[in-house]
Design a protein around this ligand. Structure first.
Ligand code: ADP
Ligand code: LRH
Length: 490
C-alpha cells in the first residue's frame, strides 16, 4: 500500500509516493512543478488555482500508474492563508508573504499589543511576514477579505479543504500565525479580540496524523478516482522536515535548508524566556507534542533571486554552475548579513548585495562568482552564529549538525557550513519535508511505533553525506570579520 505526500515549498512543489519494503522506506517523486508567485498590479500573490491543478495532476498520475493510495496529506510553507466566504468559496487569491503590504505593520501592532505579551502568549518570533501582521495590514486597508471572510484557512488547510470540503486547522502551521497559544492549547482569544479580528475565523485545530476527511465526490467524479482518506501531516513544511531528521540522539540540531534556512533544535515545551524573545527565536509547534526552538535565516532565497535576475538579463545558469563559479572566486572578498531586511523582497538582489558591501566599507563583489560566493560564505557564517545561540538557549552542546532539504544538493554550502560551525555536518535526506509528511501518515497507520523508530528507518533508507570541518583557522578569522561587518554583538 502507498501513501501520498504533497510537499509545497516556496520555489517548487512535488507529489511523492512512499511505501515500506524490507524495513526500509522507498519513495518516488511522481510529479514536480515550479511554484511561481504572480505580480498583479502592486500586489504579489500565490497562484493557488495552479497549485490545486498540480495536486490534481499528481492524483491523475496515481490513476495512470494504477497505484492504490492508503492516504494522502499536504504540507507547505507557513504564515499565508486564504479566506473562505459564507458560501464556502475562496475570496480572492492568497497574498504572498513577501508582498510589501506588511511593511511597517509590526510596529503598528506592537503599539497596541506589547511585544512581551504577544511572545508570552504565542512563543513565536517577530517576523513581518507572520499572519498576525498580514491580517493587521488587510484590516488597516479595509479589505473586503476581512469583511466577507467567514473562515481563515492556512495554505495546506485550504488545499485540503479544496480536496475534501472539510475546513479544519492543523496545529504546527496554526502556531506560525502568532495567534495560537501553546500553553492554553488553543487560539489566543486575547490577541484576536484586542486586534479586532473575528474569533469565528479560527476553527478547530487538529494534530498531525489526524484523519480529516475523504477525497470529495466532486473530485472523485472529475478525475475518475476511488475514495482516498485525507490526513493531516505536520502541515508546516519545516515541521515535516524536522520529523525526517535522521537523528539517533535525543539532543540534536538541525538546519532545514531550502528557500529559507531554519536552524534550531527540538524541545519538549516552548521556551518563553526573555533571552529567547531578545534573540528573536521562535517556538513553533512540532509533531508529537514537541516544539521547534529555531530561528529563520533568509536562506537560499537570496541566491534564487540573483539567479532569476541574471536569467532576465539572458545569463542562464543552473544551481550547480553557480556553485562552480563561486568555488573559483576569491574567498571572503565581501560578506553580508543574509537577514538584513533589505534582502527580503524580490527584485534587484545582486545590486542590493553590492550596495550592502559598499555601505559596510567592503569591496563590492563584481561578477557572478563573487556574488554567489559572498552569499554562500555569509550563509555559512550566519549558521555558525545561530547554532551558537541555539546551544546557548537550549543549554545543549551539539556534536554536529543535521542538514536536510534541497539546499544539501549544494555540496559547497554543506562543506562551508561544516567549516564555519567547526563540527561535522550530516546532510540528508534532501526531500526532508516530503519524507516527514509520509512518516506522519505511516505512524498514523501504525506502521511505526513512534517518530524515533521512524527516524532510525529514515537513517537506514536514505544516503547521508558526512562533511568534516576543514580550514578552521581561516573560517575562525572570517567569523570575526563577519561579526564586525554585521555588527553582531550578542
Ligand atoms: P523549497 O522547498 O523552499 O522550495 P528546496 O528545499 O526545494 O526549497 O530547495 C531549493 C534550493 O536548493 C534551491 O533554491 C537551490 O539553491 C538548492 N538546490 C537545489 N538543487 C541544487 C543543485 N543541484 N545544486 C545546488 N543547489 C541546489
Ligand atoms: C519554509 C517556511 C518557513 C517559514 C516560511 C514562510 O518553507 O515554511 O518555516 O517561516 O516558509
Amino acid at each position: 500500500m502507498n501513501v501520498l505526500a504533497y510537499d509545497l515549498g516556496a520555489s517548487s512543489g512535488r507529489a511523492v509516493i512512499g511505501h515500506l519494503k524490507d524495513s526500509k522506506m522507498e519513495v518516488e517523486e511522481i510529479h514536480r512543478f515550479s511554484n511561481d508567485p504572480v505580480h498583479v498590479g502592486d500586489r504579489l500573490h500565490w497562484d493557488i488555482l495552479r497549485l490545486i491543478h498540480e495536486i490534481k495532476q499528481g492524483l491523475l498520475i496515481t490513476k495512470v500508474q494504477k497505484l492504490t493510495i492508503k492516504s494522502l496529506a499536504i504540507d507547505s510553507w507557513a504564515v499565508d492563508f486564504g479566506m473562505i466566504g459564507q458560501h464556502g468559496e475562496l475570496i480572492g487569491n492568497p497574498y504572498h508573504y513577501r508582498d510589501q503590504h506588511t511593511d511597517g505593520m509590526m510596529e503598528k501592532v506592537l503599539a497596541k499589543l506589547p511585544m512581551k505579551e504577544i511572545f508570552s502568549r504565542t512563543g513565536i518570533q517577530f517576523l513581518s511576514i507572520n499572519t498576525l501582521y498580514q491580517l493587521a495590514s488587510l484590516q488597516q486597508a479595509g479589505s473586503p477579505l476581512l469583511k466577507e471572510g467567514k473562515h481563515l484557512l492556512m495554505i495546506p488547510d485550504l488545499l485540503r479543504y479544496f480536496l475534501s470540503g472539510e475546513a479544519v486547522h492543523e496545529f504546527t502551521n496554526a502556531t506560525t500565525t502568532q495567534m495560537y497559544n501553546p500553553v492554553e492549547g488553543q487560539w489566543d482569544s486575547t490577541i484576536i479580540q484586542r486586534m479586532g479580528f473575528q474569533e469565528s475565523w479560527f476553527g478547530r485545530v487538529v494534530q498531525p496524523g489526524t484523519h480529516v476527511g475523504q477525497l470529495s465526490s466532486g473530485i472523485r467524479h472529475e478525475l475518475g478516482l476511488a475514495s482516498i482518506p485525507i490526513y493531516t501531516a505536520a502541515e508546516h513544511d519545516t515541521a515535516s522536515a524536522v520529523v525526517a531528521v535522521p537523528a539517533t540522539e535525543r539532543s540534536f540540531a538541525y538546519l532545514i535548508c531550502g528557500t529559507w534556512s531554519l536552524m534550531g533544535t527540538e524541545v519538549q515545551e516552548p521556551i518563553l524566556s526573555d533571552l529567547v524573545l531578545e534573540l528573536n527565536f521562535t517556538n513553533e509547534g512540532g509533531a508529537y507534542g514537541t516544539y521547534r526552538l529555531l530561528k529563520n535565516i533568509m536562506g537560499l532565497w537570496i541566491l534564487q533571486e540573483c539567479r532569476r535576475e541574471w536569467e532576465r538579463a539572458g545569463l542562464v545558469y543552473s544551481f550547480p554552475e553557480l556553485v562552480q563559479l563561486a568555488q573559483q572566486a576569491t574567498p571572503f572578498y565581501s560578506l553580508i548579513d543574509p537577514d538584513d531586511l533589505v534582502f527580503m523582497p524580490s527584485g534587484d538582489m545582486s545590486e542590493r548585495i553590492r550596495n550592502y558591501a559598499v555601505q559596510t566599507g567592503q569591496k563590492s563583489p563584481e561578477g557572478i562568482g563573487a556574488v554567489v560566493r559572498c552569499i554562500l560564505e555569509s550563509l555559512a557564517l550566519k549558521y555558525r552564529y545561530v547554532l551558537e545561540l541555539t546551544e546557548r538557549l537550549s543549554g545543549q552542546n551539539f556534536q554536529g549538525l543535521h542538514m536536510v532539504g534541497g539546499g544539501i544538493h549544494n555540496t559547497l554550502l554543506c562543506q562551508w557550513t561544516a567549516n564555519a560551525v567547526g563540527k561535522p555536518v550530516w546532510a540528508g535526506p534532501a526531500e526532508g519535508s516530503a519524507i516527514g509528511n509520509l512518516t506522519v501518515q505511516w505512524i498514523a497507520h501504525g506502521d511505526f511505533l513512534d517518530v524515533w523508530e521512524a527516524r532510525r528507518v529514515i537513517r537506514d533508507s536514505f544516503p547521508i553525506t558526512i562533511y568534516e570541518p576543514e580550514q578552521f583557522d581561516m573560517w575562525e578569522e572570517a567569523y570575526g570579520q563577519f561579526r564586525r561587518i554585521t555588527c553582531i554583538t550578542k
